[in-house]
Design a protein around this ligand. Structure first.
Ligand code: UN1
Length: 496
């Protein structure tokens, strides 16, 4: 009998009211059934939002340092259960253990950062233009926040939203991706154990179309924070535009690594291997374009192809495996479809390009590390997000051309340049259109205490992580205290 997992609403584990469930299977071996999870409907979302709304009344008044103490406990518990959660995550979504441990670590880092923020959460004080008058600004919570998260970072991304939201005094309803409900259950077991009051954090499983959509439309939700595709983000933004909910979006990427002719090629090679094929290319920050100066293109491409072909593919539970499966069959079809598009567009396939189904791997969604050479910057494989282990090599003749090629997509999340020329590095930091730029490092590897997010169609102007996430989850209030004992008129009495 498959284990039946539940929603977490108002401090209780409960099934969907309809009793309906969906299956969660291991992408490395689809015969391995992890469990059944509630296929929640609008009525379950309603119960979760009302639990969050009720809990908000008390939670917002608990001093922020006390809310922070709960998050310190959450961080401790995550640390204690890191290995267990990493293993469950690898089984559930396929990335290798080293990376799922990193995913949990990102949650631990976020917990401690948010917890410390409980004793900061700074506002400002500033002189008033009038005598005997005091002026300051403070941050206040918004209310019930809806958090909708993807499967590629099943602990890290929910924590980026959950912990700052809670620290600021909001209450939340999380709707995790259907491919990774188990990791979300683990996270909520920890929240329960940490002593967070019932109703402050609620978990509702189910599909985006039903559970996600009813959450976004719910009138008692004041903010929606979403990480996922640009197509879905646009739909969410449209709904929130009508209802005037605050909406923070983190969406697609088409990140590029530039390698100039003066770069350390050995370093650039390690960077692109990790950036393009880490997490099987399924990161918003993954390197999907490699922009090479013509003087080093041949040499670096040969080095890269030789290494890519040696990448060990298999079940991420095996510590010697370097690349796990794609998340599901639809993802594999999409990746394979783009390989065909690349060939049709006239790019030259120099590595991979085929499904990997040797031996026992026939039961998983594996794909070979794939490299296209001679890609034009406007080809679809250079423009559209593939979300798989497919890398497109674009040749350029100058630094200016490299930056122009890098900027020539609708996205702007992460970027990277390998060069030994400090002037070029600084020009790249200024001229690349992206939320993140790495110098002599790959496009992946963001740390939780710096702003995370992108420009153009990657985002809508907000930044998670860093100090900036506290702007997403708070309302500013300006406060004036007049202790002059008389009516003082700003802009009028203050003018000579
Ligand atoms: C994502 O790709 O969805 O910088 C998030 C990184 C990770 C976070 C990635 N720390 O790749």
């Amino acid at each position: 009998m498959a284990e039946r997992y539940k929603n977490y609403i108002g401090g209780r584990w409960i099934e969907a009211k309809s009793g309906r469930t969906f299956e969660n299977r291991n992408p490395a071996n689809r015969r391995d059934l992890i469990g059944l999870f509630p296929a929640s409907g609008a009525e379950d979302v309603d119960a979760a939002v009302s639990a969050a709304k009720n809990a908000f009344a008390g939670w917002r008044l608990l001093p922020a340092p006390k809310r922070g103490e709960i998050l310190f406990r959450v961080g401790d518990l995550l640390r204690k259960r890191k290995e267990e959660i990493a293993r469950a995550m690898t089984r559930e979504m396929g990335k290798i253990l080293k990376e799922t441990r990193g995913d949990v670590q990102e949650g631990i880092d976020t917990a401690f950062y948010a917890a410390g923020e409980g004793r900061r959460l700074f506002g400002e004080t500033t002189p008033s233009e009038l005598p005997d008058k005091f002026a300051m600004s403070v941050r206040l919570p918004l209310g019930v926040c809806a958090l909708i998260t993807p499967w590629n970072f099943p602990v890290a991304i929910p924590t980026w939203k959950l912990f700052p939201a809670l620290l600021c005094g909001n209450t939340v309803v999380l709707k995790p991706a259907e491919d990774t409900p188990h990791s979300a259950v683990k996270l909520f077991e920890i929240l329960e154990e940490s002593g967070a009051p019932p109703g402050v954090a609620n978990l509702v499983h189910g599909s985006g179309e039903i559970a996600g959509a009813s959450l976004v439309r719910h009138p008692d939700v004041t903010l929606v924070s979403f990480t996922g595709s640009t197509a879905v983000g646009r739909e969410i933004a449209a709904v929130c535009g009508q209802s005037l909910k605050r909406v923070a979006l983190e969406m697609g990427g088409k990140n590029a690594q530039i390698v100039m002719e003066d770069a350390d090629l050995r370093l650039a090679l390690e960077g692109v291997l990790w950036g393009a094929f880490g997490t099987t290319g399924q990161r918003c920050t993954a390197t999907s374009r490699l922009i090479l100066h013509r003087d080093i293109r041949k040499e670096l491409t040969e080095m890269l192809v030789a290494r890519a072909e040696k990448i060990k593919i298999g079940d991420g539970m095996d510590e010697t495996v370097e690349m796990g499966p794609l998340i599901n069959e639809a993802a594999r079809k999409k990746v394979h479809g783009y390989v065909q598009i690349g060939k049709d567009e006239g790019a030259r396939l120099v590595a991979g390009g085929t499904i990997y189904e040797e031996g026992e791997w026939v039961h998983g969604y594996f794909y070979r590390p794939t490299i296209f050479d001679q890609v034009g910057p406007k080809m679809r494989i250079a423009q559209e997000e593939i979300f798989g282990p497919v890398l497109s090599i674009i040749e350029i003749k100058s630094f200016e051309e490299a930056v122009e090629a890098l900027n020539a997509t609708p996205y702007g999340l992460s970027s990277s340049i390998y060069t030994r020329d400090v002037a070029r590095a600084f020009r790249a930091m200024r001229d690349i259109e992206a939320g993140i730029t790495y110098v002599n490092g790959p496009t992946i590897g963001a740390e939780v205490h710096l702003p995370f997010g992108g420009v153009k169609e990657t985002g809508n102007g907000h930044r998670e992580a860093g100090t900036t996430v506290y702007d997403i989850f708070t309302e500013w209030k300006s406060i004036y205290i007049d202790f002059s004992g008389k009516l003082q008129k700003a802009q009028i009495d203050s003018v000579e």
